[in-house]
Write a protein that binds this ligand. Structure first.
Ligand code: KIV
Length: 272
């Protein structure tokens, strides 16, 4: 049974705003490669995020900081080749847009031109206003990201909930209003109190997609490898695991090893 209020052949930035207006929640998941993107898109997800979380999930880095623009383009182009319906959003990686607006635009153009993605995402509000303006002026749709912004982890010091204090909450609300005013098409809010996230979602007309931001926002995003239970060491409260793929895969690998060792694989029918 479809819970969609309207069937979309292809999701665009406009479809997401329409979903918010119609009260339909937006579903978003990450993908970094062709095979995963094909499954996620085929399942009917609205937005696929080629997140810089690829730095952790794909490359095993401790933070999102080391991933490069070339690596993001590689992941994004693999995803784009698989996608038929979803909107593909790609993170601009750390260091590719913070230093000056011209460099930000060059990085965004490279992502759009070389991967074929539909939009980009950047972390931050007022401080990167000029970069966002430049990118938008070039006709590239921008998704914002506020709250816990992992590219600033060394400034924050920990991955704990952001904007619990009034001053930070007020700044976050101002940044969200600014991002809408600049022309961003949507906003990710990561790990902030649910009441604040709901207030932000009500204050702006662009969709707010939450991760650890409660149910009062316009959509939800999770890292696919986490929700499938492939990653094990990460247990935040907001993460619902829909499968325990780590166990399933381990047992499949063990069965294969055992079959090879005992010469049960291949059998007569599995050869030429
Ligand atoms: O990189 C990423 O996966 C993200 C999500 C956590 C929103 O930015």
């Amino acid at each position: 049974m479809s819970l969609a209020k309207k069937e979309y052949k292809r999701i665009t930035t406009k479809s997401l705003v329409e979903m918010k207006t119609n009260g339909e929640k937006i579903s978003m998941l990450t993908a970094y490669d062709y095979t995963m993107a094909k499954i996620v898109d085929g399942a009917g997800i609205d937005v696929i995020l080629v997140g810089d979380s690829a730095s952790n999930v794909m490359a095993g880095h401790e933070t999102t900081l080391p991933i490069t623009l070339n690596e993001m383009i590689y992941h994004a182009s693999s995803v784009v080749r698989a996608v038929e319906r979803s909107l593909v959003v790609v993170d601009l990686p750390f260091g590719s847009y913070q230093s000056d607006p011209k460099e930000a635009l060059r990085s965004a153009i490279r992502i759009m031109k070389e991967s074929g993605a539909h939009s980009i995402k950047v972390e931050g509000g007022k401080k990167i206003k000029e970069s966002i303006k430049r990118i938008l002026n070039a006709g590239i749709p921008v998704m914002g990201h506020l709250g816990l912004t992992p590219q600033s982890i060394y400034k924050f010091g920990t991955y704990t909930v952001r904007a619990k204090e009034e001053e930070e909450a007020e700044q976050l609300l101002k940044d969200a209003v600014l991002l809408e005013k600049l022309g961003c098409f949507a906003l990710v809010l990561e790990k902030v109190p649910a009441a604040l996230a709901e207030k932000v979602a009500k204050a702006i007309s662009i969709p707010v997609i939450g991760i650890g931001a409660g149910g009062g926002v316009d959509g939800q995003v999770l890292v696919t490898h986490d929700m499938l239970g492939m990653t094990q060491e990460f247990h935040p409260r907001f993460l619902r695991r829909y499968l325990d793929l780590h166990s399933e895969m381990t047992s499949a690998f063990k069965n294969y090893i055992s079959d090879v060792k005992s010469q049960l694989f291949p059998n007569d029918k599995e050869q030429y």
